[in-house]
Design a protein around this ligand. Structure first.
Ligand code: NDP
Length: 295
């Protein structure tokens, strides 16, 4: 079998197109422009790339982008004061604090100071609780993007066996909640899981969110399963001064031989994450203004 390759780049483009349509309607019919504020503390190079990309795509779909770049030694009080200001700014509908934060800042405290209605990353404890109890919430962007690709491929996920490898608060746990919400039978695997290959072999859906290059080989995959590879890992450069190749948490070639469908790295889950962030911002804007939400 050769897997169908899920083109996350093309899928993300269709999501952004829909978002742009909603933004245009909000402007024309209601005179409202959705706004996304992104806060970056310090100069982590990967975070800088993500923030630049988020800002660019926010503007491309017609929304306002507010970027706040703070020094690495910014005090917690100053950061909380900025978040308070954004919470109270009616032109800001979504707030994202880029993680990781420098070590002297308490991430939980900072995230939980964001107004849950503007928490477009879905990391606020209120949104985590709402998702866990099946209520309307802000859904974390990466798992949301994975769910959209799964639904698009399968239609209904009801009754499928899903294994999520990784139990982080930003990917693994919310992914498992979403799959449960779609009536999958869900197993969450992690570093202490016994017989991980055996666990993965029972899955119709495998979501790998581990952060270990090419850890899941093809012979762990049940024939015909759908493989969603969240991992983004850069291998060491092959030549001096070169740039290492980007790979996922799954060994792509061997998994693609067995799976029914697979997301590549790059070009799979990654592009969907920012597209879902934009979609969440439009949702937050509609809710703030008492308007019908996009589906
Ligand atoms: P974390 O490091 O927070 O979590 C990794 C999880 O993997 C942990 O639960 C850990 O288990 C588990 N794990 C580690 N080693 C093993 C192992 N040998 N066997 C089984 N489980 C293991 O990572 P994140 O969830 O933040 O990210 C995961 C990956 O996804 C990374 O590569 C990251 O770059 C990528 N990512 C991609 C995004 C995108 O937009 N495409 C967005 C966010 C992340 P334990 O809890 O027991 O330690």
């Amino acid at each position: 079998m050769t897997a169908k390759v899920i083109d996350g780049k093309a899928f993300a483009a269709t999501v952004r197109e829909k978002v742009a349509g909603h933004v245009a309607r909000l402007k024309e019919e209601h005179g409202i422009t959705p706004g996304l504020a992104v806060v970056l503390v310090g100069e982590d190079p990967a975070s800088q790339v993500y923030v630049r990309s988020k800002g660019k795509q926010t503007v491309e779909v017609g929304m306002n982008s507010f970027e706040h770049k703070l020094e690495a030694d910014t005090s917690e009080a100053d950061l909380l004061a900025l978040i308070d200001q954004l919470n109270n700014d009616p032109s800001v509908h979504g707030i994202l604090v880029q993680l990781p934060l420098p070590g002297h800042l308490n991430e939980d405290l900072v995230i939980n100071s964001i107004d849950p209605a503007k928490d477009v990353d879905g990391f606020h404890i209120s949104n985590v609780g709402l998702l866990g109890t099946g209520q309307k919430s802000m859904v974390p962007c990466t798992p949301l993007g994975c769910l959209m690709m799964l639904r698009d491929h399968h239609g209904s996920l009801s009754g499928m066996n899903a294994v999520v490898v990784g139990r982080s608060n930003i990917v693994g746990k919310p992914m498992a909640q979403l799959l449960l919400g779609d009536s999958c039978t869900v197993t969450i695997a992690h570093s202490r899981t016994k017989d991980l290959p055996g666990v993965v072999r029972g899955a119709d859906i495998v979501v790998a969110a581990v952060g270990r290059p090419e850890m899941v080989p093809g012979d762990w995959i049940k024939p015909g399963a759908m493989v969603i590879d969240v991992g983004i890992n850069r291998l060491p450069p092959e030549e001096e001064g070169g740039k290492g190749r980007l790979v996922g948490d799954c060994h792509y070639d061997s998994c693609a031989e067995v799976a029914g469908a697979i997301t590549p790295v790059p070009g799979g889950v990654g592009p969907m994450t920012i597209a879902c962030l934009l979609a969440n911002t439009v949702t937050a804007c509609c809710r703030a203004n008492g308007l019908a939400e996009p589906e």
